[in-house]
Design a binder for this molecule. Structure first.
Ligand code: AMP
Ligand code: TRP
Length: 326
């Protein structure tokens, strides 16, 4: 049976980009194999974060996992920090990823650019080591993520090949990133040449936004010159982004979405996109409220963590044995 693994770091309120690129996909995989979906709370410490904010965020992401349709009876949901095997394996694996390759990671370079060069935490630099540990610990075959994470899965694959060459085939399982066809990279509404990210309040739609906020942001989203609703990310990044959002939520192809709006003006098109986003997020929010109000989130995580520790021990022991620690 295939193993599927992914996670989101609780560094801010979840966005529509997180939902379309990651969250919505996770539920699609739960029938395809055994899924492990976690909250990357240790990764959240790689940049400064307020403890109370972090605590609330962890709970929120867990509730959004449940709200997005992940069935805790089928999927193992857990907090990374409650499964110490992640940290134990990362300490071993850090010896097999090299400083040169870590310094070339785009996510590191982008984050480091905004920091005082004398105060870049080691954890930020070593981020891919822990992420590789997250993935291989569950012998994951498939890692559903948005496009921005492919480099991290690639470096994990390099590491797996390196370990297997040195210690024997089957020491680690080779994972593969799975990027959704539609919606792999949702762009900011205020600047459609930039990725929608948790730290961009103007260009973001947050999963907790009210219908009024959502409509306002979409109706004022930056669009392009011309008047045709066509998919052309280079010349029409704003319209293309909205088409992508529509297609992803309606679960149709971009071509089908284009056909639907072949005769529409921008205003009418934007209104249709806003309607789809509002209806999807209203339903999601009510399931999120239900999850929080059920008071079961903590128990679901505790149960997931017990299972995760059991599974993770198998790989950890195998690696400890391979390298000579057992
Ligand atoms: P992060 O917010 O960096 O923790 O990302 C969590 C997951 O959401 C990862 O799989 C990302 O690739 C995905 N993701 C984040 N932002 C976007 C976006 N704008 N479009 C598509 N996927 C995204
Ligand atoms: N780096 C991912 C992000 O920023 C989060 C993450 C941590 C992750 N460990 C992972 C994703 C393992 C997939 C698999 O979104």
């Amino acid at each position: 049976m295939k193993r599927i693994l992914s996670g989101i770091k609780p560094t801010g309120k979840l966005t529509l980009g997180n939902y379309i690129g990651a969250l919505k996909n996770f539920a699609n995989y739960q029938e395809d194999g055994e899924s492990f979906i976690f909250i990357a709370d240790l990764h959240a410490l790689t940049l400064p974060i307020d403890p109370d904010f972090l605590r609330d965020n962890i709970r929120d992401i867990a509730a959004f996992y449940i709200a997005s349709g992940l069935d805790p009876n089928k999927v193992t949901l857990f907090r990374q920090s409650r499964v110490p095997q992640h940290s134990e394996l990362a300490i071993i694996l850090q010896n097999y990823l090299y400083m040169g390759e870590l310094s070339r990671m785009t996510q590191f370079k982008d984050a480091a650019e905004n920091l005082n060069q004398n105060a870049i935490g080691l954890g930020l630099f070593a981020y891919p080591v822990l992420m590789a540990a997250d993935i291989v610990l569950y012998d994951a075959n498939i890692v559903p993520v948005g496009e921005d994470q492919t480099q991290h899965v690639e470096i994990t694959r390099d590491l797996v090949n390196r370990m297997n060459n040195r210690y024997g085939k089957g020491t680690l399982i080779l994972p593969e990133a799975q990027i959704s066809k539609v919606g792999k990279r949702i762009m900011s509404l205020s600047d459609p040449t930039k990725k929608m990210s948790k730290s961009d309040p103007k260009g973001d739609i947050f999963l907790t936004d009210t219908p009024k906020q959502i409509r306002k942001k979409i109706m004022s989203a930056q669009t392009d010159s011309g008047s045709e609703v066509i998919y052309d990310p280079k010349n029409k990044p704003g319209i293309s982004n909205l088409l992508m959002i529509y297609a992803a939520l309606k679960e149709v192809s971009i071509e089908e979405a284009e056909k639907t709006f072949a005769n529409s003006m921008y205003g009418e098109f934007k209104k249709a996109v806003a309607d789809v986003v509002v209806s999807e997020l209203e339903a999601l929010q009510s399931r999120y409220e239900a999850a929080i109000n059920s008071g079961e989130v903590e128990a679901i995580l505790l149960k997931g963590e017990a299972r995760a520790r059991e599974v993770a021990d198998v790989c950890l022991h195998r690696v400890q044995k391979a390298v000579g620690l057992r």
